[in-house]
Write a protein that binds this ligand. Structure first.
Ligand SMILES: Nc1ncnc2c1ncn2[C@@H]1O[C@H](COP(=O)(O)OP(=O)(O)OP(=O)(O)O)[C@@H](O)[C@H]1O
Length: 371
């Protein structure tokens, strides 16, 4: 799939933009604060219905205006789609696909697939488990919309259980808690299974990519770290075990007013040559590991849906050494890639690659080079 055209009206610092993208490589060069990330953000929003930078839609509307618009035409193997989002201050955003109104954001998921890699993705390796759970949840949801639904259900049940633990007002307390525990373990086990399957597939692909990115010097391994030991990978077994763990820990959970076991406490161990990248990895190693995971995600989406997603690289190209850049460049011939950079990228490295180079200045975009 590839993004054919983007139209932005009063979106962030773009008052009126209409650009045709190249099917393969697109490079946006500009100084700081000119609108490079805003442009990638608009594409991300068309894929996910919301931004990764803010949860407040009103921030997306140009500060001087009351309404904003994103229109993106997408070409897929068998059809094309026009995705449109309209934002208005204090009004729920409107989403249309091929002029048909969608009432829920979830209906949009899966039409346009994107993988974004930005300097903040270092956090995926560097920070705590929450970042990695967010990565797993975001990526699995793109491939399996049912997962997103289950996750929302799980979080709701978890919140209700925790409130129930804190209040303890009911005389039928333990019986009612048992109902929450049954529901939590049912939905929780399906989340665990999906995560295990996803990590297993991701581990194989990312190991291969990381090996190539580092010229065979580093070996990347991923290990799923659930909040309790899983012996068998049968959903029924996991469900029983989770319920058992919840019940064994009940007094502690009551004391703390929260739930100790379940997929909300999972983590993913990222190992380089057998040791934790989070604790021992250099900044460059952590960045490369995060990039390997993201590129593996690109392959995984291709395997699952049969088409490559669009790859968005925000200000990371110039941070990579020549070897890593060379590998990345080799992927551009198959995947539509949109790169932003503050420096002019050495175009001799990109010789023979179908591309467009644009310059951005204060929300104005000028095509500089094509071919
Ligand atoms: N709602 C908005 N209305 C108007 N301008 C906005 C809005 N939101 C952000 N901006 C402006 O957009 C600019 C930032 O754009 P963006 O984040 O895309 O920068 P960038 O080109 O990626 O820069 P850098 O290289 O520093 O990351 C800032 O000048 C900011 O004030």
């Amino acid at each position: 799939m590839y993004v054919d055209n983007i139209r932005l009206i009063n979106f962030r610092n773009y008052l009126n933009l209409n650009i045709e993208l190249n099917k393969k490589l697109n490079i946006f060069v500009g100084n700081n604060a000119q609108g490079k990330t805003n442009l990638l953000e608009s594409i991300y929003i068309c894929a996910n219905g919301k931004s990764y930078r803010t949860s407040k839609d009103r921030e997306l509307i140009n500060l001087q205006k009351s309404k904003g618009y994103i229109g993106l035409s997408l070409a897929k193997e068998r059809f094309s789609k026009l995705i449109e989002l309209k934002f208005e201050r204090d009004v729920k955003k409107r989403i249309k696909v091929n002029k048909v109104e969608y009432n829920r954001v979830s209906e949009l998921i899966g039409i346009l697939n994107v993988v974004i890699f930005s300097p903040e993705d270092l956090r995926l390796v560097k920070e705590g488990p929450m970042e990695r759970r967010a990565f797993l949840d975001g990526e699995i949801s793109q491939i399996k919309p049912k997962y997103k639904y289950n996750l929302a259900r799980y979080n709701k049940i978890l919140m209700q259980r925790n409130n129930f633990l804190k209040n303890r007002l009911n005389s039928n307390f333990y019986n009612l808690l048992d109902v929450w525990d049954t529901q939590l373990s049912q939905v929780g086990s399906s989340i665990i299974i999906e995560r295990v399957n996803f990590i297993n597939k991701l581990a194989i692909i990312s190991k291969d990519i990381h090996n190539k990115l580092t010229g065979g010097i580093e070996e990347l391994d991923l290990k799923y770290l659930p909040s309790f030991d899983i012996d068998k990978l049968e959903i029924e077994e996991i469900q029983l075990k989770l319920k058992d763990m919840l019940q064994k820990n009940i007094e502690k959970d009551i004391q703390k007013g929260n739930t100790e076991y379940g997929p909300h406490r999972d983590d993913l161990d990222i190992l380089i040559n057998g040791i934790s990248a989070r604790t021992f990895g250099s900044q460059g190693q952590q960045r490369t590991a995060a990039l390997s995971l993201k590129l593996a995600e690109v392959e995984l989406i291709k395997n699952e849906i049969g088409e490559y997603p669009v790859l968005l690289l925000d200000d990371v190209f110039s941070e990579l050494d020549l070897n890593r850049r060379k590998y990345l460049i080799s992927t551009f011939k198959d995947i539509q890639t949109i790169i932003t950079s503050t420096d002019d990228i050495d175009l001799t490295e990109l010789k023979g690659i179908d591309k467009k180079v644009f310059y951005i200045r204060q929300g104005e975009v000028v095509l500089q080079e094509e071919g």
